[in-house]
Every structure is written in structure tokens, then in C-alpha cells.
Design a protein around this ligand. Sequence first.
Ligand code: APR
Length: 259
Amino acid sequence: MLREQVISAAELINAAQHSVVLTGAGISTPSGIPDFRSPECGLWVGVDPVAVASMYGFRQNPAAFYEWVYPLVDVTIHAEPNAAHYALAALEAHGKIAGVITQNIDTLHTRAGNRVVHELHGQFREATCTHCFEVFDAKPIIKQFLMDRQVPHCPTCGGVIKPNVILFGEQLPIRPFMAAQDLARKADLILIIGTSLEVAPASELPVLARKNGAKIIIVNLEPTHLDSSATLVIHADAAEVLPQIVKQMESIHEHDRQQ
Ligand code: APR
């Protein structure tokens, strides 16, 4: 079954002229970073996301956010791209995908080598003072935070510093979002990997692509609400499936070359 699905996925991506990828936290779980909604182990299990990860909650009680995010920061800064990230970098290098739209803040797509990456939910390379809006390189702030576990404050005005990751209720970064919409609009194939598609507006991008006639491939451990309208659904580990799809595409390419 999986073999046939890998072959179909390879053929669909090969036949497409303008493929785009949408990823979520599930592509990074093989790198040791937990996702949010997997039963039992997701980060939202037993936690109120609005209390710890909304803009409103952050302004009321930034310590709750920093307490919640502490284990995630540690595991994320030590995480490495996995075989699924590298497979997408190979697809971009071979001109098979136009870019990656990600909901992840872990920067693993860029570290794996993808050059066109639109980070819809921000990233933690920078951080901003929520009072004077000065922008900082996040590295030293994260280093200090992992040592003292304290809420970081702005050296200029004393305001609370927030990493440039998008919290619930916060406006998405407009340039990445516009670029992502543009990619989705032009796509004739959207490859959706490791996302529950529970959070808008990211979850609306596949609908936008489909409206323009795009085919949909979903690689996700759990079912999603889009499964019924997808061209192909593979319920398997992305780190296992994506390298197989790339390998299959290379053998198709080799076979065509010998014709
Ligand atoms: N391979 C394939 N799928 C996987 C893997 C894996 N190795 N590991 C987990 N998954 C699937 C899970 O079954 C789940 O359906 O990935 C999906 C991850 O879904 P979520 O945890 O909801 O993560 P995501 O879709 O990225 O969440 C979107 O919600 O909380 C906000 O801002 C946060 O960016 C996040 C957004």
C-alpha cells in the first residue's frame, strides 16, 4: 500500500508545473520537537493555549508564556533537520517545488537548505520589545533565558521582550503571508505535510490552491478535514515517506533519461 502511494505521489509531483509545500509541526517531530495536537504528546494536551500562547495572555502574564515555552526552546535550538526536511530541500534544488510555506518557527527548513521558505508563524531568530518595539537578535536572549529562566526585559526601556513568533490573536507577518497566498494561488499541486490544518489562515491556503484547480497530496499521521478532498492521502511518518518519494522521482528521471 505505502509503495503504491509513494509511486503515485512521485508521479503527481513530477507531472506538476508549480508545486508548493505547506508544513506544520509534524514534519519536525522526527527532529525531537513535539507537535501541538498529537493525542497524548501534543504541546496543547492539558494546557490552555490562550492562557500561555495568546497575545492577550502574554500581555497579562508573560511569565506563563516563558514557563510554558522553556522546554520547547531548549529542544528546538538543539534540533537538527531530519530526512523529511532534506527531502524538501532536494525537491527545491531539482526545481520540483516552488517553495515551502511553514507554520513552524524552528527554522529547520532553511537549515536543511530550502531557499524559498515563508514562515507564517514567525521564527525565533529575532525578538522584539513589546513596549518600545526595539528588535533584538534572539540568540543572546535565549542563552540568558535558558540559564536564568527569567522573563527577558528590554535594556533600553525595561519593557518585556517577546520572541518574533506569532501568538494566537496576533497578526501574521504580512510579507510571508502575501507570498504564501501568491504561491498557493499559482499552484497546480500542494503537498501538505505534518499539519492538522486546524489553524487559519494557514489552513485556508490549500483551499485557495484547490479553488484554482490544484491537486492536493497530504502526508500526515492523523486524518485531517481535507483528506476527503485530497488527490492522495498518506497516513505515515513524513521522515520515512518523503525520502522515498524523492528516491522514486530520481528513478523516474533516470528511466526517462535512458529512453
Ligand atoms: N509525520 C507525519 N505527520 C506527523 C508526524 C510525522 N512524523 N508527527 C506528527 N504528525 C502529524 C500529527 O498527526 C498532527 O496531525 O502532524 C500534525 C501536527 O498538527 P499540530 O500539532 O496541530 O501542528 P500544526 O498543524 O503545525 O499547528 C498549527 O497551531 O498551535 C498553533 O502556532 C501553532 O503553528 C502551530 C499551529
